[in-house]
Design a protein around this ligand. Structure first.
Ligand code: 3HC
Length: 303
């Protein structure tokens, strides 16, 4: 059955090479997913060689972990690694069919990056954004060909989260939308068409939850206590663990975007901002038994 809002899949364009702008955590996870599931060359770009190398290194390390766990064969691991390359030049996107950006969550940065990509790609290349909270319509506004723009929003950790939010802008071509749905399926994700509204659907729900938890934190409940209190509620991951995985600055940024769009339904935590200002990007990582370890460096700053 065709997903709601998905055009006829026969309209979809072939995707034989993918470009990823950015080589950070999200971008690297995307590069891995595209190479592993679509088995097509994927090129990642970033602003300097060190970032590019880190991104490619992440993909190689994750592929090695999959092979060590016996999830993929060593041949498949080598093939996947061979498909992923990195460059500081967007010229590598010249023959790509689909380029997705996963750079810093700031409209001006994303607009600039998309304009740079548009200048080098072929006319039928699709330009996708992994934005989690910004207007895709605004991002497409100054491009020469807004009809090839699509929002394609994944969730952390990309390898296991099953959803991708697909966002069309008024100009988006049916073939582009069809390609997005076909790609989502090829990536073994469920694509859902959502309205181009701040933070789409999933992050609105998540950030309402996070807002209440960080408000409790701001009122004096320590972050680790707030997390522990919510553990029995059946959440797959407790709120501060999730925020640590996504990165506190990203979580804060999404909260700010939602606050700007919807007012005081969304809480922006002063304490979380203080942690970020002290250079803390995550409080703790989940451990195998579902507990968390609070490093001494963060412990002192939690209360
Ligand atoms: N990378 C790759 N694989 C991972 C992973 C990661 N970071 N974390 C877990 N996995 C894999 C494990 O390897 C395991 O695979 P296996 O079965 O082959 O061994 C599988 O996922 C299940 O992992 P676990 O059994 O260790 O742990 P859980 O059962 O707790 O599941 C989880 C892990 C699926 C990540 C679960 O904790 C979860 O759903 N957490 C919530 C995540 C969430 O809400 N994400 C949305 C964040 S918001 C966002 O990303 C939007 C952004 O734009 C801001």
């Amino acid at each position: 059955k065709r997903p709601a809002g998905a055009p006829d899949p026969r309209l979809a364009r072939p995707v034989t090479k993918v470009g990823v702008v950015g080589a950070g955590l999200m971008a690297s996870q995307l590069a891995l997913l595209f190479a592993r599931q679509l088995k097509v060359p994927v090129v990642m770009t970033d602003i300097d060689q060190a970032r590019v190398d880190k991104g490619v290194g992440y993909v190689h390390a994750e592929v090695d972990k999959l092979a060590a766990k016996g999830r993929i064969s060593h041949d498949a691991a080598n093939r996947t690694k061979g498909l992923v390359s990195g460059s500081v030049s967007k010229d590598e996107f010249a023959d790509a069919d689909f380029v997705i950006e996963a750079v810093f969550e700031e409209l001006s940065v994303k607009k600039q990056v998309l304009a740079e990509v548009e200048a080098v790609v072929k006319p039928e290349c699709i330009l996708a954004t992994n934005t989690s909270s910004l207007s895709v319509t605004a991002m497409a506004a100054d491009l020469a060909h807004a009809e090839r723009v699509i929002g394609f929003h994944f969730f952390n950790p990309v390898a296991v989260m099953p959803l991708v939010e697909i966002v069309r802008v008024p100009q988006t071509d049916e073939a582009v939308l069809a390609t997005a749905f076909v790609l989502a399926k090829g990536l073994k994700k469920t694509g859902v068409l959502v309205k181009d509204a701040a933070a789409f659907v999933v992050n609105r729900v998540l950030l309402r939850l996070m807002g209440e938890v960080t408000a409790a934190f701001d009122e004096g409940t320590p972050a680790d206590v707030a997390d522990t209190a919510l553990a029995p509620m059946g959440l797959p991951m407790t709120p501060f663990t999730l925020a640590s995985m996504v990165g506190l600055p990203v979580a804060q940024h999404v909260a700010e975007s939602l606050r700007a769009a919807f007012g005081d339904r969304f809480h922006v935590s002063a304490n979380q901002q203080a942690l970020i200002d002290s250079g803390i990007t995550g409080l703790w990582a989940p451990t195998a038994d579902g507990a968390h370890e609070v490093p001494a460096t963060t412990q002192a700053l939690l209360h």
